[in-house]
Design a protein around this ligand. Sequence first.
Ligand SMILES: NC(=O)c1ccc[n+]([C@@H]2O[C@H](COP(=O)([O-])OP(=O)(O)OC[C@H]3O[C@@H](n4cnc5c(N)ncnc54)[C@H](O)[C@@H]3O)[C@@H](O)[C@H]2O)c1
Length: 377
Amino acid sequence: MTGALNVGIIGCGNISSTYLHLAALFKTIKITTVADLNEEAANARAKEYGVVAKSVADLLADPGIDIIVNLTTPEAHFAVTRDILEAGKHTYSEKPFVLSLKEGQALRELSATTGKIVCSAPDTYLGGTHQQARQLLDAGELGKITSGTCHLMSAGMEDWHPNPDFFFQSGAGPVLDMGPYYVANLINLIGPVARVSALANTPQSFRTIGSGPRKGAQVPVSTPTSVHAILEFENGALITLATSWDVKAHTHAHMELYGSKASLFLPDPNFFGGNLVMAFENGAQNIVPPWDHPLMRPNQQHDEGMMANYRTVGLADMALAIGENRKPRCALETSLHCVDILLSILKSAETGRAVSLSTTCSRPEPFDPDAARALLV
Ligand SMILES: NC(=O)c1ccc[n+]([C@@H]2O[C@H](COP(=O)([O-])OP(=O)(O)OC[C@H]3O[C@@H](n4cnc5c(N)ncnc54)[C@H](O)[C@@H]3O)[C@@H](O)[C@H]2O)c1
């Protein structure tokens, strides 16, 4: 790779500041330009981060831009990604990158005809802790994974996000909004899913915004906010995935995997670091000594304390993969299978029937400490 690829962003809302801030850690990408339907939002981010603000049309037409990142809200993801491909640029989308298999397949075809790559968040499973879990599994330390549990449950998103409307509409809810972090990590650890079954409810029909200029306003809820699913993996493992934005408090761990030799307790897959705990039949529980992976070091203050957040590493890996002419880790094939799993969970909850998946994927390549160091400035 001779130099960083030039990156533009479409969508200058809440998550754009994370991208603009963290991309500077990686030597394969350089964010130069931002755009938004809302010109003020683009101008504000441009001023804050010393980049150029353009109209969406001007960014799409800019010959100096190699990759455009799609940070719009979910209902706009497909059309914006399609426009980026048609403009002859590679693209990286926030999750979920599409809201139907048909949209995902259309983008796959467009990617093939234009020769431009489509990748998608989440990239959190590239975090040092989740990759160390992958290494333990691949080394056979847990034996065969037969089952497990994931719990992503909270009181909701309306307390902290100033415009939380999209979280409660079709295309989001806890399954499509937070589910990708868990399901992408499960694919990384266990592999593809064959079948899902789920039940859902929606206890609140309105949510009250808790912060920002619209504080006190009510937003309608049109997607299930509590969904409990069981995922049957192609290798036979059964994982319970409990998702909710109606839970005030609970004591469940984020992720537990049960193997024939030992169990593994994993931290929040929405972040990159945290402790791994291995537990055994004799009652022993040991924190796994962390390996020396740069993408697990806490670097940001959050409500939970200092956390490791290296979002944009998937974009940085994509840029290197383009230069090396290899498959990127956050590839379309994996994202499409992830979306298929999440949509199938919602379909199962709606119909009361188990749903067999029509897509599959291979596990992304492991991302060891040397691979991570190769991307860092
Ligand atoms: N906020 C977070 O902490 C967070 C974290 C991880 C991922 N995400 C994901 O990132 C995406 C964006 O989330 P957000 O919180 O930044 O949303 P947001 O509502 O704060 O910002 C979205 C921005 O996109 C712009 N936009 C919408 N449609 C557009 C279009 N067609 N063309 C150009 N601009 C358009 C809007 O004007 C707005 O400025 C979502 O998919 C979300 O799931 C958000």
